[in-house]
Design a protein around this ligand. Structure first.
Ligand code: ZN
Length: 464
């Protein structure tokens, strides 16, 4: 009798262990900010989002998205709840499929996402993913890692990652590299966490997590040659559909909510409205980005530029590096990079900063551990916002601040500033991030600037 009893206890234990281990255990990443700071940073960034992005402000549709969001928020596992956080949902009147979350809870879903979803569960999948980024505090965790390279405030850098993404890149000028996104987009590790926690929250709310995977498949098919905007903030960690499907099997949802009448009504209502503009259209009409030169509206660079002075001035950039540039160039720091350019060589077109002569220096997050691959990715992201850019024909070795680096020159045919050349220098910092310097000069003046760029590159000294 006794024996039998203990055998059944063992069986019960084994069963419960296998159930627990089937669901992936998630641990929030290290974070040097407090939850209260998340709230404050998110609130600051949200104010700018309200000003710069076109919100739909339709009670029916906002109410519907709120209801789904609220249901999901109720099901955030206890260990990831923060009393300070307030989860809010707004619909942005933009055509691309996208969604993003700010620290502490403000979330934004593009109208295009709701239009392209095939069921309520797919909308819930995207929201659950975003809620997970907030609950796991991924924005400030990422900033904790990037902190020492910050040239401006974290809040605006987070904002830059969102608004400086495709909306900021839309006007294809050389001045607008849109590196906010490269700097603060979520790492693949965080993406996978948001997928898995999102799947768990969906299941607890009565949605089948596989709908998240099918929404991602729809998203990846979107976007044509430039790729879907979603991926610039939420990179695919690889095998996304497989591991979400696997997690869904471990979670077993019965009688899942899939399609609802409200979902059909909301889609019909959206179809009856005039079509949403693209981010590019919004950026062109002036709803775009801050620009580092401080010039607003359209002030075209005159192109009449003094030759680079033979005397150089040295600048210290944060506690990261110093660099010497011709003394008649002006320093224009922005959130994630610094530009040096001569009078007449910079300006703004539709609020987007442009420069025809000068250098831009910054640090981009990099996960590749391979300098050439990281440089390839940098050039690819440049090519996305500069459609007239040629591919590099190869890389030469370069020494940058005592580190091994790469150098290449690419041609660019810019709508606003004509034919020009970009001199690209890169190296990896000790934490693996990519340090870059990009020099720009018109094609017919490039010979004399080539020397200046190489002199600037060789003046760079890192502080650590
Ligand atoms: Zn994500």
């Amino acid at each position: 009798m006794k024996r039998q009893l203990s055998a059944s206890v063992v069986v019960a234990l084994v069963t419960s262990v296998s159930l627990v281990s089937a669901q992936t255990k998630i641990t929030a990443p290290k974070n040097k900010y407090t939850p209260a700071q998340d709230v404050q940073l998110g609130r600051e960034a949200a104010q700018e989002v309200q000003q710069k992005l076109p919100l739909l402000r339709d009670d029916n549709i906002d109410g519907y998205v709120d209801d789904i969001g609220e249901r999901l928020v109720q099901n955030i596992p206890q260990e990831f709840r923060h009393n300070e956080f307030r989860y809010t949902f707004d619909v942005v009147n933009l055509r691309e499929i996208n969604a993003f979350a700010l620290p502490g809870g403000p979330m934004y879903a593009h109208r295009g996402m709701i239009e392209k979803a095939r069921s309520e569960a797919e909308v819930a999948g995207v929201l659950a993913h975003e809620i997970s980024h907030v609950a796991l505090r991924h924005g400030t965790a990422q900033a904790s890692k990037a902190g020492k390279y910050q040239m401006g405030q974290i809040g605006s850098a987070i904002l830059g990652a969102i608004i400086g993404g495709r909306a900021g890149e839309a006007v294809s000028t050389v001045g607008q590299f849109g590196f906010g996104a490269a700097f603060l987009k979520y790492s693949r590790e965080y993406e996978k966490q948001a997928d898995l926690l999102g799947a768990q929250i969906m299941a607890r709310s009565g949605y089948d997590p596989r709908s998240m995977a099918s929404m991602f498949q729809t998203i990846e098919k979107e976007g044509g040659s430039r790729g879907p905007e979603w991926l610039s903030n939420h990179p695919n960690p690889g095998n996304r559909v497989q591991y979400i499907t696997q997690e869904a099997q471990a979670l077993r949802v019965e009688n899942a909510v899939n399609d609802t009448r409200q979902f059909q009504n909301v889609q019909a209502r959206l179809r009856s409205m005039s079509p949403a503009p693209t981010s590019e259209e919004v950026a062109r009409s002036g709803g775009g980005n801050r620009n580092p030169s401080g010039t607003s509206g359209t002030v075209r660079p005159s192109g009449r530029v003094e030759p680079p002075a033979s005397r150089y001035t040295t600048y210290n950039e944060g506690n990261l590096f110093r660099v010497s540039v011709p003394s008649n160039w002006r320093e224009m720091p922005s959130e994630t990079q610094v530009t040096f350019a001569p009078e007449g060589g910079y300006g703004a077109i539709n609020n987007q900063s442009v420069f025809t002569h000068g250098v831009q220096i910054g640090v981009a997050r990099n996960e590749t551990h391979d300098l050439q691959q990281a440089t390839d990715e940098l050039l690819q992201s440049l090519a996305q916002s500069n459609r007239g850019m040629s591919r590099p024909s190869g890389y030469a070795r370069a020494n940058i601040g005592g580190r091994q680096g790469l150098h290449t020159v690419v041609a660019n045919d810019a709508d606003s500033t004509g034919r020009e050349r970009l001199a690209v220098y890169t190296t990896q910092l000790s934490d693996g991030s990519l340090f870059y310097m990009i020099g720009v000069a018109p094609e017919n003046e490039y010979r004399s600037y080539d020397r200046v760029f190489s002199q600037i590159a060789s003046s760079i000294r890192f502080s650590r």
